[in-house]
Write a protein that binds this ligand. Structure first.
Ligand SMILES: Nc1ccn([C@@H]2O[C@H](COP(=O)(O)OP(=O)(O)OP(=O)(O)O)[C@@H](O)[C@H]2O)c(=O)n1
Ligand SMILES: C[C@](O)(CO)[C@H](O)COP(=O)(O)O
Length: 223
């Protein structure tokens, strides 16, 4: 029997770097809020996936209003966000009762494909964990105040989401005390001693972080 598949879509952030009044997850891209594109990608992958949507509690009403406005009826389990991404993921994990696999994904990566989501679940079923990543296209240098040093870029990867794990493994890992070095879920799992398996993500799976990302995402969606 296949494992139950969950997705935690974290959209509990404030979007300070994009400098928009409306939280960036609600900004419209190609006629639909960013977050709805993201949720649709997961439902395109599987209509039976159980989705936990993490939002700031103050934004629940805004979300309900947007669902009405855009006639968005796909079911989600709502959960309140926390002060940090770590806390938001932890709250999302609290909503999972059984075992299975969980894909943790940024609500503001709306260009994730069904293929990437599918690969993350397939690989996590084998390796317990699967993290999307891409190779560097640019050269990379390490800086140390006055000096810089060329590095071998083939040794580095840029890390994306989804980051998919066995539920029990990632729940246990998130029992740790929060640390500023935990920038993603892989770093939390690694701290608990787990080996992190990477797979090929996509250059199109961008995170909407700063204003120019909106222009790029709009262009990619129009392709
Ligand atoms: N307290 C938080 C902070 C972040 N996130 C989510 O984590 C993802 C990646 O975070 P980031 O892009 O940094 O989003 P923000 O924190 O909203 O942006 P900024 O850092 O610019 O304020 C986003 O989908 C964001 O909503 C979250 O669920 N809860
Ligand atoms: C989880 C993440 O998207 C992987 O690239 C990233 O680490 C989030 O970082 P941010 O500082 O919250 O933008």
């Amino acid at each position: 029997m296949n494992a139950t598949e969950y997705a935690i879509i974290v959209a509990g952030g404030k979007g300070t770097r994009i400098k928009s009044k409306l939280p960036k997850q609600f900004l419209e891209l190609s006629g639909l809020p960013i977050l709805m594109h993201t949720l649709q990608a997961f439902y395109r992958y599987s209509s039976s996936i159980k989705i936990i949507l993490v939002l700031p509690q103050d934004d629940f009403e805004t979300w309900e209003a947007l669902c009405k406005k855009y006639n968005f009826t796909q079911p989600v389990i709502l959960q309140k966000g926390g002060e940090s991404r770590f806390q938001s993921v932890k709250n999302g994990l609290d909503k999972i009762e059984g075992g299975g696999l969980v894909a943790i994904h940024d609500g503001v990566r709306p260009l994730v494909s069904e293929d990437i989501i599918g690969a993350s679940f397939r690989l996590a079923a084998v390796h317990q964990c699967a993290v999307a990543s891409v190779r560097l296209k640019d050269s990379i240098r390490m800086t140390d105040q006055d000096t810089t040093k060329a590095m071998d870029r083939s040794k580095f990867r840029l890390i994306q989401t989804p980051q998919t794990f066995q539920v029990d493994l990632i729940k246990k890992a998130y029992e740790v005390k929060e640390d500023p070095n935990f920038t993603d879920d892989a770093s939390v799992a690694e701290f608990s001693g787990h080996r992190i398996s990477l797979f090929e993500g996509s250059y199109e799976n961008i995170k909407i972080t700063t204003p120019e990302d909106l222009v790029v995402a709009e262009a990619l969606m129009a392709k």
